[in-house]
Design a protein around this ligand. Structure first.
Ligand SMILES: NC(=O)c1ccc[n+]([C@@H]2O[C@H](COP(=O)([O-])OP(=O)(O)OC[C@H]3O[C@@H](n4cnc5c(N)ncnc54)[C@H](OP(=O)(O)O)[C@@H]3O)[C@@H](O)[C@H]2O)c1
Length: 288
Protein backbone atom coordinates (compact mmCIF):
# COMPACT_ATOMS: atom_id res chain seq x y z
CA UNK A 1 0.00 0.00 0.00
CA UNK A 2 1.38 3.42 -0.92
CA UNK A 3 0.76 6.09 1.70
CA UNK A 4 0.16 9.54 0.29
CA UNK A 5 2.41 12.33 1.46
CA UNK A 6 2.09 16.01 2.28
CA UNK A 7 4.72 18.58 1.38
CA UNK A 8 6.14 20.50 4.33
CA UNK A 9 6.99 24.21 4.09
CA UNK A 10 10.71 23.28 3.76
CA UNK A 11 9.99 21.03 0.76
CA UNK A 12 10.30 17.69 2.60
CA UNK A 13 7.55 15.08 2.27
CA UNK A 14 5.68 13.55 5.22
CA UNK A 15 3.40 10.46 5.08
CA UNK A 16 -0.14 11.59 6.02
CA UNK A 17 -0.60 9.07 8.83
CA UNK A 18 1.77 8.11 11.64
CA UNK A 19 1.88 5.27 14.14
CA UNK A 20 2.33 6.78 17.61
CA UNK A 21 4.44 5.37 20.43
CA UNK A 22 2.88 7.60 23.12
CA UNK A 23 -0.39 7.26 25.06
CA UNK A 24 -0.77 3.52 25.74
CA UNK A 25 2.83 2.81 24.71
CA UNK A 26 4.38 5.56 26.83
CA UNK A 27 7.06 4.06 29.12
CA UNK A 28 6.29 0.68 27.54
CA UNK A 29 8.38 -1.49 25.27
CA UNK A 30 7.25 -0.38 21.81
CA UNK A 31 9.21 -2.94 19.83
CA UNK A 32 6.47 -5.42 19.02
CA UNK A 33 3.70 -2.85 18.30
CA UNK A 34 6.06 -0.85 16.05
CA UNK A 35 7.25 -3.96 14.22
CA UNK A 36 3.57 -4.87 13.68
CA UNK A 37 2.79 -1.36 12.50
CA UNK A 38 5.63 -1.44 9.95
CA UNK A 39 4.61 -4.94 8.82
CA UNK A 40 1.06 -3.65 8.33
CA UNK A 41 2.19 -0.75 6.16
CA UNK A 42 3.00 2.21 8.44
CA UNK A 43 6.12 4.12 7.39
CA UNK A 44 5.79 7.15 9.68
CA UNK A 45 6.63 6.52 13.35
CA UNK A 46 5.91 9.17 15.97
CA UNK A 47 8.17 9.02 19.02
CA UNK A 48 9.25 11.36 21.78
CA UNK A 49 11.90 11.61 24.48
CA UNK A 50 9.07 11.89 27.00
CA UNK A 51 7.69 8.47 26.00
CA UNK A 52 10.88 6.87 27.38
CA UNK A 53 10.78 4.11 24.78
CA UNK A 54 13.04 5.38 22.00
CA UNK A 55 15.39 2.38 22.39
CA UNK A 56 12.57 -0.07 21.65
CA UNK A 57 11.42 2.07 18.72
CA UNK A 58 14.98 1.90 17.38
CA UNK A 59 15.14 -1.88 17.87
CA UNK A 60 11.87 -2.28 15.96
CA UNK A 61 13.12 -0.10 13.10
CA UNK A 62 16.26 -2.19 12.81
CA UNK A 63 14.40 -5.51 13.15
CA UNK A 64 11.92 -4.50 10.43
CA UNK A 65 14.70 -4.54 7.84
CA UNK A 66 13.03 -1.57 6.16
CA UNK A 67 15.52 0.79 4.52
CA UNK A 68 15.97 3.98 6.53
CA UNK A 69 15.01 6.09 3.52
CA UNK A 70 11.59 4.36 3.36
CA UNK A 71 10.73 5.41 6.93
CA UNK A 72 9.82 8.78 8.43
CA UNK A 73 10.81 9.02 12.09
CA UNK A 74 9.72 11.78 14.45
CA UNK A 75 10.93 12.49 17.95
CA UNK A 76 10.20 15.35 20.33
CA UNK A 77 12.28 17.46 22.67
CA UNK A 78 11.44 17.06 26.34
CA UNK A 79 12.27 19.56 29.08
CA UNK A 80 15.92 20.58 28.83
CA UNK A 81 18.20 19.32 31.58
CA UNK A 82 20.90 21.67 32.96
CA UNK A 83 23.60 22.32 30.30
CA UNK A 84 21.57 20.46 27.67
CA UNK A 85 20.61 21.93 24.30
CA UNK A 86 18.05 20.71 21.78
CA UNK A 87 21.00 19.38 19.79
CA UNK A 88 22.62 17.41 22.62
CA UNK A 89 19.19 16.06 23.62
CA UNK A 90 18.65 14.98 20.01
CA UNK A 91 22.06 13.30 19.92
CA UNK A 92 20.99 11.21 22.93
CA UNK A 93 17.75 10.30 21.11
CA UNK A 94 19.60 9.39 17.92
CA UNK A 95 21.87 7.08 19.88
CA UNK A 96 18.86 5.37 21.46
CA UNK A 97 17.10 5.12 18.10
CA UNK A 98 20.24 3.87 16.36
CA UNK A 99 19.76 6.51 13.66
CA UNK A 100 21.91 9.19 12.05
CA UNK A 101 19.04 11.66 11.74
CA UNK A 102 15.33 12.03 12.44
CA UNK A 103 12.95 13.22 9.76
CA UNK A 104 11.10 15.50 12.16
CA UNK A 105 12.04 16.95 15.54
CA UNK A 106 9.32 18.73 17.50
CA UNK A 107 9.35 20.88 20.64
CA UNK A 108 6.94 18.70 22.64
CA UNK A 109 5.19 21.35 24.72
CA UNK A 110 5.63 25.12 25.16
CA UNK A 111 5.16 24.81 28.92
CA UNK A 112 8.48 22.93 29.15
CA UNK A 113 10.34 26.07 28.06
CA UNK A 114 8.49 28.97 29.64
CA UNK A 115 10.24 32.27 28.88
CA UNK A 116 12.76 30.50 26.62
CA UNK A 117 10.78 29.63 23.52
CA UNK A 118 12.83 31.86 21.20
CA UNK A 119 16.15 30.42 22.42
CA UNK A 120 14.83 26.89 22.18
CA UNK A 121 13.66 27.51 18.63
CA UNK A 122 17.17 28.78 17.71
CA UNK A 123 18.51 25.48 19.08
CA UNK A 124 16.00 23.55 16.94
CA UNK A 125 17.16 25.51 13.88
CA UNK A 126 20.72 24.42 14.63
CA UNK A 127 19.55 20.76 14.49
CA UNK A 128 18.06 21.36 11.04
CA UNK A 129 21.10 23.25 9.77
CA UNK A 130 23.33 20.39 10.88
CA UNK A 131 21.01 17.79 9.26
CA UNK A 132 20.41 15.95 12.53
CA UNK A 133 16.72 16.65 11.89
CA UNK A 134 15.50 17.03 8.31
CA UNK A 135 12.53 19.11 9.45
CA UNK A 136 11.64 20.85 12.68
CA UNK A 137 8.38 21.82 14.28
CA UNK A 138 6.40 22.15 17.48
CA UNK A 139 3.60 20.49 19.39
CA UNK A 140 0.80 21.81 21.59
CA UNK A 141 1.58 25.39 20.55
CA UNK A 142 -1.14 28.03 20.65
CA UNK A 143 -1.22 31.30 18.73
CA UNK A 144 0.94 33.28 21.20
CA UNK A 145 3.59 30.54 21.35
CA UNK A 146 3.77 30.32 17.56
CA UNK A 147 3.97 34.09 17.19
CA UNK A 148 6.84 34.20 19.66
CA UNK A 149 9.01 31.78 17.67
CA UNK A 150 7.94 32.96 14.21
CA UNK A 151 9.30 36.42 14.93
CA UNK A 152 12.88 36.35 13.65
CA UNK A 153 12.87 32.63 12.84
CA UNK A 154 15.31 31.40 10.21
CA UNK A 155 13.01 28.41 9.56
CA UNK A 156 9.32 28.63 10.47
CA UNK A 157 8.04 25.45 12.14
CA UNK A 158 6.96 22.90 9.54
CA UNK A 159 4.44 21.15 11.79
CA UNK A 160 2.35 21.84 14.90
CA UNK A 161 1.09 18.60 16.47
CA UNK A 162 -2.05 19.27 18.50
CA UNK A 163 -5.16 17.55 19.81
CA UNK A 164 -7.77 17.71 17.05
CA UNK A 165 -11.27 16.27 16.90
CA UNK A 166 -14.70 17.82 16.49
CA UNK A 167 -15.09 18.60 20.22
CA UNK A 168 -12.12 21.04 20.11
CA UNK A 169 -12.40 22.10 16.47
CA UNK A 170 -14.24 25.39 17.06
CA UNK A 171 -11.70 26.52 19.67
CA UNK A 172 -8.83 25.79 17.26
CA UNK A 173 -9.85 28.24 14.54
CA UNK A 174 -7.33 31.01 15.45
CA UNK A 175 -4.40 28.57 15.47
CA UNK A 176 -5.58 26.95 12.22
CA UNK A 177 -5.61 30.39 10.57
CA UNK A 178 -2.01 30.98 11.66
CA UNK A 179 -0.98 27.55 10.34
CA UNK A 180 -2.45 28.46 6.98
CA UNK A 181 -0.70 31.83 6.90
CA UNK A 182 2.73 30.26 7.53
CA UNK A 183 2.27 26.96 5.70
CA UNK A 184 2.49 24.98 8.94
CA UNK A 185 1.15 21.44 8.57
CA UNK A 186 -1.40 20.62 11.25
CA UNK A 187 -0.64 17.27 12.79
CA UNK A 188 -3.39 15.74 14.90
CA UNK A 189 -3.42 13.46 17.88
CA UNK A 190 -6.37 12.26 19.92
CA UNK A 191 -8.48 12.20 16.75
CA UNK A 192 -10.61 9.33 18.01
CA UNK A 193 -11.40 11.04 21.34
CA UNK A 194 -15.15 11.50 20.63
CA UNK A 195 -15.46 7.76 20.13
CA UNK A 196 -13.88 6.31 23.20
CA UNK A 197 -12.84 9.15 25.53
CA UNK A 198 -16.06 11.16 25.27
CA UNK A 199 -18.76 8.80 23.98
CA UNK A 200 -22.45 9.64 24.20
CA UNK A 201 -22.05 13.19 22.93
CA UNK A 202 -23.91 15.09 20.18
CA UNK A 203 -21.54 13.76 17.53
CA UNK A 204 -22.48 10.09 17.91
CA UNK A 205 -25.68 10.00 15.79
CA UNK A 206 -24.10 12.28 13.17
CA UNK A 207 -21.04 10.13 12.55
CA UNK A 208 -23.12 6.92 12.62
CA UNK A 209 -25.34 8.31 9.83
CA UNK A 210 -22.28 9.27 7.79
CA UNK A 211 -20.63 5.90 8.45
CA UNK A 212 -23.72 4.10 7.08
CA UNK A 213 -23.76 6.34 3.97
CA UNK A 214 -20.05 5.78 3.30
CA UNK A 215 -20.41 2.02 3.78
CA UNK A 216 -23.31 1.95 1.32
CA UNK A 217 -21.38 4.03 -1.24
CA UNK A 218 -18.23 1.96 -0.81
CA UNK A 219 -19.94 -1.43 -0.69
CA UNK A 220 -17.49 -2.46 2.04
CA UNK A 221 -17.33 -1.91 5.80
CA UNK A 222 -16.52 1.59 7.07
CA UNK A 223 -15.91 2.21 10.79
CA UNK A 224 -16.72 5.22 12.98
CA UNK A 225 -12.97 5.75 13.46
CA UNK A 226 -12.55 5.99 9.70
CA UNK A 227 -15.27 8.66 9.55
CA UNK A 228 -13.32 10.75 12.08
CA UNK A 229 -10.01 10.16 10.28
CA UNK A 230 -11.69 11.09 6.99
CA UNK A 231 -12.99 14.28 8.61
CA UNK A 232 -9.47 15.10 9.84
CA UNK A 233 -8.16 14.67 6.32
CA UNK A 234 -10.92 16.61 4.58
CA UNK A 235 -11.59 19.42 6.95
CA UNK A 236 -8.21 20.94 7.61
CA UNK A 237 -8.16 22.97 4.46
CA UNK A 238 -4.43 23.51 4.66
CA UNK A 239 -3.41 19.90 5.23
CA UNK A 240 -3.37 17.55 8.12
CA UNK A 241 -1.37 14.62 9.25
CA UNK A 242 -2.85 12.17 11.67
CA UNK A 243 -1.22 10.32 14.56
CA UNK A 244 -2.89 7.26 15.91
CA UNK A 245 -1.89 4.14 17.73
CA UNK A 246 -3.27 0.67 18.34
CA UNK A 247 -2.28 -2.62 19.86
CA UNK A 248 -4.37 -4.46 17.25
CA UNK A 249 -3.26 -5.35 13.72
CA UNK A 250 -6.85 -5.13 12.41
CA UNK A 251 -7.15 -1.58 13.67
CA UNK A 252 -3.77 -0.61 12.22
CA UNK A 253 -5.00 -1.82 8.81
CA UNK A 254 -8.30 -0.02 9.35
CA UNK A 255 -6.49 3.30 9.99
CA UNK A 256 -4.48 2.93 6.76
CA UNK A 257 -7.59 1.83 4.87
CA UNK A 258 -9.08 5.30 5.54
CA UNK A 259 -7.41 6.32 2.28
CA UNK A 260 -9.88 4.02 0.43
CA UNK A 261 -13.01 5.44 2.09
CA UNK A 262 -15.11 7.72 -0.18
CA UNK A 263 -14.86 11.48 0.36
CA UNK A 264 -17.18 13.25 2.79
CA UNK A 265 -19.60 15.75 1.27
CA UNK A 266 -19.47 19.43 2.28
CA UNK A 267 -22.79 18.92 4.12
CA UNK A 268 -21.39 15.97 6.07
CA UNK A 269 -18.30 17.96 7.09
CA UNK A 270 -20.53 20.81 8.21
CA UNK A 271 -22.80 18.47 10.19
CA UNK A 272 -19.77 17.01 12.04
CA UNK A 273 -18.46 20.48 12.86
CA UNK A 274 -21.88 21.75 13.99
CA UNK A 275 -22.38 18.74 16.27
CA UNK A 276 -18.81 19.09 17.59
CA UNK A 277 -19.37 22.76 18.39
CA UNK A 278 -22.20 21.82 20.79
CA UNK A 279 -19.83 20.15 23.23
CA UNK A 280 -16.29 21.02 24.35
CA UNK A 281 -14.01 18.23 25.50
CA UNK A 282 -10.22 18.22 25.49
CA UNK A 283 -8.48 15.17 26.91
CA UNK A 284 -4.96 16.53 27.23
CA UNK A 285 -4.69 19.70 29.25
CA UNK A 286 -1.19 21.13 29.33
CA UNK A 287 -0.12 24.17 31.27
CA UNK A 288 1.52 27.09 29.51
N1 LIG B 1 2.30 15.70 20.98
C1 LIG B 1 1.59 15.33 22.00
O1 LIG B 1 1.52 16.00 23.04
C2 LIG B 1 0.80 14.04 21.89
C3 LIG B 1 -0.21 13.75 22.82
C4 LIG B 1 -0.92 12.56 22.68
C5 LIG B 1 -0.61 11.71 21.64
N2 LIG B 1 0.41 12.00 20.76
C6 LIG B 1 0.79 11.06 19.68
O2 LIG B 1 -0.34 10.61 18.99
C7 LIG B 1 -0.40 9.19 19.05
C8 LIG B 1 -1.84 8.74 19.04
O3 LIG B 1 -2.44 9.24 20.20
P1 LIG B 1 -3.93 8.96 20.65
O4 LIG B 1 -3.98 7.85 21.62
O5 LIG B 1 -4.43 10.24 21.11
O6 LIG B 1 -4.66 8.49 19.31
P2 LIG B 1 -6.13 8.14 19.02
O7 LIG B 1 -6.13 7.77 17.60
O8 LIG B 1 -7.09 9.19 19.50
O9 LIG B 1 -6.41 6.84 19.92
C9 LIG B 1 -5.78 5.62 19.71
C10 LIG B 1 -6.31 4.69 20.79
O10 LIG B 1 -7.68 4.50 20.50
C11 LIG B 1 -8.04 3.18 20.76
N3 LIG B 1 -9.15 2.88 19.86
C12 LIG B 1 -9.16 3.01 18.53
N4 LIG B 1 -10.36 2.68 18.03
C13 LIG B 1 -11.12 2.32 19.10
C14 LIG B 1 -12.44 1.86 19.23
N5 LIG B 1 -13.25 1.72 18.19
N6 LIG B 1 -12.88 1.59 20.49
C15 LIG B 1 -12.08 1.73 21.56
N7 LIG B 1 -10.80 2.16 21.49
C16 LIG B 1 -10.34 2.44 20.28
C17 LIG B 1 -6.81 2.37 20.48
O11 LIG B 1 -6.85 1.22 21.31
P3 LIG B 1 -6.39 -0.24 20.84
O12 LIG B 1 -4.94 -0.38 21.21
O13 LIG B 1 -7.28 -1.14 21.62
O14 LIG B 1 -6.60 -0.34 19.36
C18 LIG B 1 -5.68 3.34 20.86
O15 LIG B 1 -5.30 3.15 22.21
C19 LIG B 1 0.37 8.84 20.32
O16 LIG B 1 0.82 7.51 20.35
C20 LIG B 1 1.50 9.84 20.22
O17 LIG B 1 2.49 9.37 19.31
C21 LIG B 1 1.09 13.16 20.88
Amino acid sequence: MTISTLTLNDGNQVPWIAFGTGTKLRQQDAQSPVENAIANGFTHLDGAQMYENEESLGIAIKASGTPRSALFVTTKLNQLQPNQTAKTALQVSLKKLGLEYVDLYLVHAPGHHTGQLKEVWKMMEECKRERLAKSIGVSNFGVAHLQEILEGAEFPPSVNQIEIHPYVWKSLQPVMALHKEHGIITSSYGGLTPLFRAPGGPLDPVIEKIRARLEFTRGQPVSLGQVLNKWLQSTVSWSSLSNSTSSKADRMREYLDTANVPELTAEEIESIENAGAQHYYKFLVLSD
